[in-house]
Structures are given as structure tokens and as C-alpha cells.
Design a protein around this ligand. Structure first.
Ligand code: HEC
Length: 158
């Protein structure tokens, strides 16, 4: 009996941690299905890697094909390094952009404003609210490059 109550006590102690972990956005739980539904038709396994994409960019864009980002590793390439902040710049709704206009991939996040906002929030939570910066690896114009501190705030749970 004593053993059972000890187990139960251990469970109660662990419970808050468990529910916090369950709320956490992960690639496998939320991002992959969202990507499959909303992005994979143009950025899927048949799409070219960024290096190949760049060599024939016009042709690909004409055919609605973007660079490949259909796995965890391929996707974080466009968040952390080397294409730092690309996902943030393209998906942002205009709140973090300089001109106040949404990034050009924002429209694909949903069929209406509400759905786009909801799915943007999922991406933001996954990257990390504090890491949702639109900066590149290197400075460009008057925008400074991302700092190591900013990069280290990225969550990107698998
Ligand atoms: C209808 C096709 C289509 C859909 C759907 C689409 N994209 Fe794209 N995406 C493109 C094309 C074509 C480009 C390249 C042209 C450009 O840069 O705008 C691109 C470019 C990008 C880039 C910039 C890559 C770089 O060069 O750094 C990112 C990031 C991106 N898309 C993310 C997404 C995400 C995330 C989704 C899903 C929410 C999505 N896209 C949905 C076609 C699409």
C-alpha cells in the first residue's frame, strides 16, 4: 500500500512537467502535419535543394516550386543557418516586417485570416517567441546580422 501511494505521489510531482511538455510545440506533433498540409505541395521531397533551386530559379518559380524543406533538418536550414530567418521573414504577418507587409508565404498558412493567424502562432511557438527575428546571418543594409544570443533562443523541438 505504501508503495502505491509513493508511486502516486511521484506521479503528482511529475504531472505538471508532463503537461508542460505536452503543450510544447514539436516538429513531429504540430509542424510536420502543418507543413504537409500547407507547404509540401511546393516544398516537398520532389522539390530541389536550395543550391539547385537557385541555379534555375526562374523556371522553378514559374512552376510554383520552391526549395525543398520537407524534413526537420531541411526545414531548420531556413530558420537557424545558413538561411537564417527565412521562415520568419516569409511567414510573418507584417507585425515584425519593416514595411508592415506580410511575408509572401503568409498567405499559404490558411484559407482565412483566422486560420493564418492560428498557424503562424504555431510556427512562432515552435521557433520561440523570443527568437522570432527576421534578421539574416549577415548584416544587410541597415539590418544587423543575427546575434548568437538571438540564435540560441530558438527552440525548434524535434
Ligand atoms: C504554391 C506553392 C507554394 C506554397 C504552397 C508555399 N510556398 Fe514557399 N515558396 C514557393 C516558391 C515558388 C518560392 C520561391 C520564390 C520566392 O522566394 O518567393 C518559395 C519560397 C519560400 C521561402 C524562401 C526560401 C529561400 O529562398 O530562402 C520560404 C522560407 C518558404 N517559401 C516557406 C514556405 C512555407 C513555410 C510554406 C507553408 C506555410 C510555403 N512556403 C508554402 C512556393 C510555395
Amino acid at each position: 500500500m505504501k508503495r502505491v501511494s509513493m508511486t502516486f505521489a511521484a506521479f503528482l510531482l511529475a504531472a505538471p512537467t508532463l503537461s508542460a511538455a505536452a503543450d510544447e510545440v514539436t516538429y513531429r506533433k504540430q509542424i510536420r502535419p502543418l507543413f504537409e498540409e500547407r507547404c509540401a505541395s511546393c516544398h516537398g521531397a520532389d522539390a530541389p535543394y536550395l543550391g539547385d533551386f537557385k541555379e534555375k530559379k526562374e523556371e522553378y518559380v514559374e512552376n510554383d516550386i520552391g526549395p525543398r524543406m520537407d524534413t526537420y533538418a531541411d526545414l531548420i536550414f531556413f530558420i537557424g543557418w545558413p538561411d537564417t530567418g527565412a521562415i520568419m521573414r516569409r511567414l510573418d504577418d507584417g507585425k515584425s516586417t519593416k514595411d508592415g507587409k506580410p511575408g509572401n508565404m503568409n498567405e499559404y498558412l490558411g484559407d482565412d485570416d483566422q486560420e493564418r493567424q492560428k498557424n503562424l502562432n504555431v510556427f512562432k511557438a515552435w521557433v520561440g517567441e523570443d527568437a522570432w527575428k527576421l534578421k539574416r546571418w549577415k548584416a544587410r543594409g541597415d539590418v544587423p546580422g543575427a546575434t548568437k544570443e538571438e540564435i540560441s533562443k530558438m527552440k525548434l523541438k524535434y
